[in-house]
Write a protein that binds this ligand. Structure first.
Ligand code: OAD
Length: 258
């Protein structure tokens, strides 16, 4: 067995033994489903003007129709994609842990809903969800599921106050929901094992979670196509596609478990 396979097997064993585990995912986990990542070649944003127009509150208030039409397009794209083997492996690992009475949280920066579609249960969505909307006036905290795209009116109206609904996503310059950050931080603090999958680990506060977990004793495992700023802080780092490495780890975990 070579060193790489030996490390995979060791992580497989840790996955079998962990009673409290969490995962942090980023755009890379959905790349093999056909959703572009943000940074790097073929990244999502064309230019900075587009970011200002489509992914800030100011842009939305300037032209809500344009922003909603763009989200219709993204939701139409999202409907065409399916979870990949990486998403399914994480859902299966959660099931194994919860079946043996352990705790599991999947913290994601993605808004595509693919982890839930694959069967993950305890999903903490740091940056929101493209399939939900909420009142721009914050008349309530209610999250409103959106009908199939295209919407009948742009912008859709809040059923409570009649104001505009906005997509339930975090835009540039906006803070994350403190309740969601608290949930994610607690999961990181209590984890014995944390997998960090497909994120460039550059955007905070998400990027701080592995360090929070490590400071409380968690073993950090990174899975990414390439090294990131987190790599040197991780006990294990596997470089390759998450849709291949995660199912491999899960298979090894099954072998190690019994
Ligand atoms: P990035 O686009 O910054 O990084 C994607 C990472 O995934 C890179 O490190 C790639 O090497 C890696 N990757 C790509 N394909 C992969 C594959 N098949 N298997 C494993 N790894 C792969 O995306 P995020 O880190 O998710 O925020 O970006 C974080 C946040 O920045 C996003 O949530 C978004 C953006 O601004 C908001 O919109 C609020």
């Amino acid at each position: 067995m070579n060193a790489y396979q030996d490390e995979l097997r060791r992580v497989g064993r840790l996955m079998t033994e962990a009673r409290r585990a969490c995962v942090l995912t980023g755009a890379g986990v959905s790349a093999e489903s056909g959703i572009p990542t943000f940074r790097g070649a073929g990244g999502f944003w064309k230019d900075e003007q587009e970011v200002r127009d489509l992914a800030t509150l100011e842009g939305f208030l300037r032209d809500p129709k344009r922003v909603w039409e763009w989200y219709d397009m993204r939701r139409s794209q999202a409907k065409l994609v399916q979870p990949n083997p990486g998403h399914y492996a994480l859902a299966e690992w959660e099931q194994q842990i919860t079946t043996r009475g352990g705790e599991f949280a999947l913290i994601t920066q993605n808004i595509d809903g693919l982890h839930r579609a694959a069967g993950s249960q305890n999903v903490v969505e740091l940056h929101g969800n493209i399939h939900l909307a909420r009142c721009v006036n914050e008349c309530s905290e209610e999250l409103i599921p959106l009908p199939e795209p295209p919407l009948p009116e742009h912008p859709p109206k809040c059923p409570k106050c009649g104001g505009m609904l906005r997509p339930h996503v975090v835009w540039f310059g906006e803070p994350l929901n403190p309740r969601i950050i608290e949930q994610a931080t607690q999961a990181a603090y209590s984890a014995e094992l944390m997998l960090v999958v497909g994120t460039s680990a550059q955007v905070y506060p998400a990027a701080g979670l592995p360090y929070a977990a490590r400071s409380h004793g968690a073993v950090i495992v990174e899975i990414n196509l390439e090294p990131t700023e987190l790599t040197s802080a991780a006990q294990f780092a596997f470089h390759g596609k998450s849709g291949e490495i995660l199912p491999q780890l899960l298979e090894l975990a099954k072998e190690e478990g019994g």
